[in-house]
Design a binder for this molecule. Structure first.
Ligand SMILES: Nc1nc2c(c(=O)[nH]1)N[C@H]1C(S)=C(S)[C@@H](COP(=O)(O)O)O[C@H]1N2
Ligand SMILES: [Mo]
Length: 199
């Protein structure tokens, strides 16, 4: 009997799973504290630091920017991975163009409403690798998952994807953030299993 591969539903294979991870079908919530109470009428996203046009968007203004649909696997340092998570968001490249990022900065520091921070090399947020997500699964992002807006950097462990985003700061030196100063790897590549300081 000949079985045509095309008629077998595609299955998730372990090749999508970075070392040490397992597939999670749900969507666990991982926050260091309570979900901040954010009023959409006073919400803002500021962009500061080494940019020619620093800006502060309201929710209405931010939602006029062009968005993309993003379907990516995400990988949490606590070992769950979720395949094909579906988001909508503003590409970081769009933000670069509007604020005119100067040639100088080496890192982006993301700041959140709960006081959380995380650091990212500029290369890792350029070239279609990062978004400010405003929707998940065709709906607004639930508060516990970082709504109204969160960073999405799916090629790094998910702690780099700051929830409740409030400020993007372009700087010319590395400044490890909340978890990076508390034992998490400074870079966080899931394929290299860069979980903790000595990995
Ligand atoms: N502002 C903020 N962003 C955050 C966190 C947080 O506590 N505060 N937790 C991080 C961690 S450790 C992970 S794994 C992911 C979890 O996102 P989720 O709760 O949507 O699964 O958010 C990251 N972003
Ligand atoms: Mo995490």
């Amino acid at each position: 009997m000949i079985i045509n591969d095309d008629f077998i539903p595609k299955r998730k294979t372990s090749s999508k799973l970075p070392p040490g991870q397992y597939e999670e079908r749900g969507f666990p919530v991982l926050s260091l504290g309570p979900t901040p109470d954010i009023d959409i009428n006073t919400w803002k996203l500021e962009v500061t630091g080494l940019v020619d046009n620093p800006i502060s968007w309201t929710w209405q203004e931010f939602n006029k920017l062009s968005k993309e649909l993003i379907i990516k696997d995400i990988h949490c340092v606590t070992k769950w991975s979720k395949f094909d998570s579906k988001w909508e968001g503003v590409p970081m490249q769009e933000i670069f163009n509007i604020v005119k990022v100067q040639p100088g900065p080496t890192h982006l520091i993301a700041h959140s409403y709960d006081g959380y921070t995380t650091n990212l090399p500029i290369e890792d947020i350029s070239n279609g690798k990062a978004w400010v997500a405003t929707a998940y699964d065709s709906d607004e992002i639930e508060a516990e998952h970082g709504g109204p807006a969160r960073l999405l950097v799916p090629h790094l462990y998910f702690w780099k994807s700051a929830k409740w985003l409030n400020k993007l700061e372009f700087v010319d030196r590395d400044q490890p953030g909340f978890w990076e100063t508390r034992g998490y790897h400074n870079y966080g590549d899931p394929w290299q299993e860069q979980r903790y300081w000595n990995d």
